[in-house]
Design a binder for this molecule. Structure first.
Ligand SMILES: [Zn+2]
Length: 147
């Protein structure tokens, strides 16, 4: 007996009905609706109705957030979005002699208000990637990028 169905009207409005009852659209009054799904309980039905009638912009926004969240999960190293800022800080910390030091980079990070990383980490990463080469105890210089 208890059959709850989600109906989508030709006008785009979704609404729920209980089995057998008159399925007239609550928005336009049309009876030309399509049964989209059947639910066993009114709770699931009302959630489905709410989700179906969610404004498209909100649904899109939600979708975007979920996919960017998934993207973050897939890419643990996505400090990528910050990397240009990091490079800018490293450039900023580089002196006229083409060298940078931990302390000059620390100062640049602080001045540029960049958090979430440290001069040690950035230099270590760049060194690892072959972009910087250690020149001395606390001095690194940029390797020429071959294009
Ligand atoms: Zn309608």
């Amino acid at each position: 007996m208890g059959r709850w169905s989600l109906n989508r009207c030709e006008c785009g409005h979704s609404y729920g009905t209980m089995g057998g009852s008159d399925s007239r659209c609550l928005r336009c009054g049309s009876t030309k609706s399509r049964e989209v799904r059947i639910f066993d309980d009114p709770q699931s039905l009302s959630e489905a109705v709410a989700a179906s009638n969610m404004p498209k912009e909100i649904a899109d926004e939600l979708e975007k957030r979920i996919s960017s969240y998934n993207l973050r999960l897939q890419k643990p190293h996505s400090a990528e979005s910050h990397s240009s800022q990091h490079v800018a800080a490293m450039m900023d910390a580089t002196g006229d002699d083409g060298q940078l030091t931990l302390s000059s980079l620390s100062r640049s990070l602080e001045r540029m208000d960049i958090h979430g990383t440290t001069a040690e980490k950035l230099i270590g990463q760049a060194e690892f990637e072959g972009r910087l080469i250690r020149e001395g105890q606390d001095t690194w210089s940029w390797l020429q990028q071959s294009s």
